[in-house]
Design a protein around this ligand. Structure first.
Ligand SMILES: [Zn+2]
Length: 102
């Protein structure tokens, strides 16, 4: 499970963090455990970075995941994955990483 904001009024799930629900405009968002399952909708490989501290991590696989819970989340990918692959997200050290769901 991962923790995201869920609106207690309309039950919609949101990312990134907000003060007000963008679906119903109420301030009834709480952090809740939600399913980490989703599908990879697009991906790319980062070969260069303006941040020198990332040099040893290149090339870096990045992807956009549409969670079953609703939000789209930009993630690191644990490997090169095809669009449409069912993935599971984890959240560690402030970043999401997606790996293929087996
Ligand atoms: Zn709402």
């Amino acid at each position: 499970m991962i923790r995201l904001q869920v609106c207690n009024a309309c039950k919609s799930t949101h990312y990134p963090e907000r003060d007000i629900c963008p679906s119903c405009w109420r301030d009834t968002l709480d952090w809740q455990q939600v399913s980490p399952l989703g599908r990879l909708t697009t991906s790319t490989v980062l070969h260069t970075s303006v941040k020198p501290e990332w040099a040893d991590k290149l090339p870096l696989q990045l992807g956009l995941v549409k969670l079953d819970a609703g939000p789209n989340i930009l993630t690191f990918l644990s490997a090169s994955l095809n669009t449409g692959t069912l993935v599971t997200l984890t959240f560690n050290d402030g970043v999401f990483t997606a790996k293929e769901t087996l």
